[in-house]
Design a protein around this ligand. Structure first.
Ligand SMILES: Cc1cc2nc3c(=O)[nH]c(=O)nc-3n(C[C@H](O)[C@H](O)[C@H](O)COP(=O)(O)OP(=O)(O)OC[C@H]3O[C@@H](n4cnc5c(N)ncnc54)[C@H](O)[C@@H]3O)c2cc1C
Length: 392
């Protein structure tokens, strides 16, 4: 039987980052197994490409701080573009929460977070209906990244250092013997290994179950409308988010073919978390969603409401939600079995921190650059769930 030290299951941005960070530490006897014919066909290739430090929990804020530093300074192009995130609130309680979060962010070292009143938001976004907006916050280091470029950058960095990646190779089962990982069974035969890292996003629960481990990750469809505006979008438009409804918009970029993106300067993405969605693996875009999101746009911004949807570019993908909307990073009761999954919609932006954390846990037993113990799988059994008020 063929064998390697470590099998990484899943070749999205999280698996690629885990491989990259292990390879940086000199561990390259690794194979990434990706069942798709290419990388990025899971959630990574469908993400909006937002990155922000404006979270509510210490662990999410610190993961973002580390990751933004990485996106800014790493050895490959990440498309990091700090246009900012502007959160606005139409309810007093939501505004108070944004302010509390901003105070916590500042205390942890996040630079430049601004508290804005309604007039200032109107000044910055004159095309938006701000009548009901009480205020908000702006994070100048927040902004955009290119999920496909980040995934490819991690992969190339890992492969250049000796890691192998095999596409069209699906893992059927994690083999456990005497309480420890012994290998994986795949559609092309068995592979022996000492360590398995499950990075299969929304598809993690079934795979973990083959090793007898319950990993509470639920798939939930998220849809995005791609639309063309009549007039040009301001070049410095940040990500704009309604903190109450989750309605948000940003300029559109086709991450798969950035140079061929048509409608540059006129195309916009907008979406909101549809509370009627129920857990499933459905990734079909539903026209009824476009109608709902246009209804929200009608109130918020004429330029969005008057835009024309580009139906072939509207898309749906899966969030990989955990019960507390925080990632699961670390080992479990089975020796040699690790998870970096359940990012609940933040896996691209947190990929640098998660890859480094899981590499340190595998090699050293714990992450030392950042304490990620609050993201352990055991927190669910211990009832130590986190609360993120900035989950969108
Ligand atoms: C509409 C939408 C917008 C989003 N916007 C953002 C955003 O702005 N910012 C952000 O940070 N995040 C965003 N996200 C979330 C982000 O896309 C995910 O958190 C991230 O891509 C997770 O990466 P991953 O590598 O864990 O999972 P994935 O990219 O899903 O990769 C998992 C891979 O595992 C493979 N796989 C599954 N089972 C097996 C198996 N048995 N054997 C082999 N391979 C297997 C799959 O084919 C897949 O390629 C968004 C998600 C969606 C859907």
């Amino acid at each position: 039987m063929r064998s390697v030290k470590c099998v990484i299951i899943g070749g999205g941005v999280v698996g690629a980052s885990a491989a990259y960070h292990l390879a940086l530490r000199g561990e390259s006897d690794i194979v990434i197994l990706e069942r798709g014919p290419m990388q990025g066909i899971g959630s990574t290739g469908r993400a909006t490409g937002g990155v922000r430090e404006q979270f509510g929990t210490e662990i999410n804020i610190r993961m973002s701080m580390h990751s933004i530093d990485f996106f800014q300074n790493c050895e490959f192009a990440t498309g990091y573009d700090p246009k900012g995130y502007l959160f606005f609130a139409t309810e007093r309680a939501a505004l108070e929460q944004l302010k509390l979060n901003a105070a916590k962010q500042a205390e942890l070292g996040v630079k430049g977070i601004e508290i804005l009143d309604g007039d200032e938001i109107k000044r910055r976004l004159p095309a938006m209906n701000c009548e009901d907006i009480l205020g908000g916050t702006f994070g100048p280091r927040d902004g955009f990244i290119d999920p496909v470029a980040v995934m490819r950058g991690f992969t190339k960095g890992a492969v250049d250092r000796g890691v192998k990646i095999e596409l069209g190779h699906a893992v059927r089962k994690i083999i456990v013997q005497d309480g420890r990982v012994n290998g994986v069974s795949t559609d092309k035969g068995d592979i022996g290994c000492d360590a398995v890292i499950v990075c299969t996003g929304a598809w993690s629960r079934e795979l973990a179950a083959t090793a007898g481990v319950d990993v509470p990750v639920e798939p939930l469809r998220r849809q995005i409308v791609w639309a063309r505006c009549k007039s040009e979008i301001p070049q410095d438009l940040p990500m704009v988010i309604d903190a109450v409804s989750g309605f948000h918009f940003r300029p559109a970029i086709d991450f798969w073919e950035p140079s061929k993106t048509s409608g540059v300067g006129h195309d916009i993405l907008f979406a909101y978390p549809d509370r009627e969605e129920t857990p499933s693996f459905n990734t079909e875009f539903d026209n009824a969603f476009a109608e709902k999101v246009y209804e929200l746009a009608r109130h918020r911004a004429g330029f969005l409401f008057e835009s024309k949807p580009v139906m072939e570019k509207c898309r749906a993908g899966l969030y990989e939600n955990t019960p507390d909307h925080h990632a699961i990073i670390g080992g479990c009761a089975v020796d040699g079995l690790y998870f970096a999954t359940g990012f609940s919609g933040h896996g691209v932006m947190h990929s640098p921190a998660s890859g480094r954390a899981i590499s340190e846990i595998v090699l050293d037993g714990k992450a030392s650059f950042l304490d990620v113990s609050s993201l352990s799988l055991e927190r669910f059994d211990r009832g130590e769930l986190l609360t993120e008020t900035g989950y969108i």
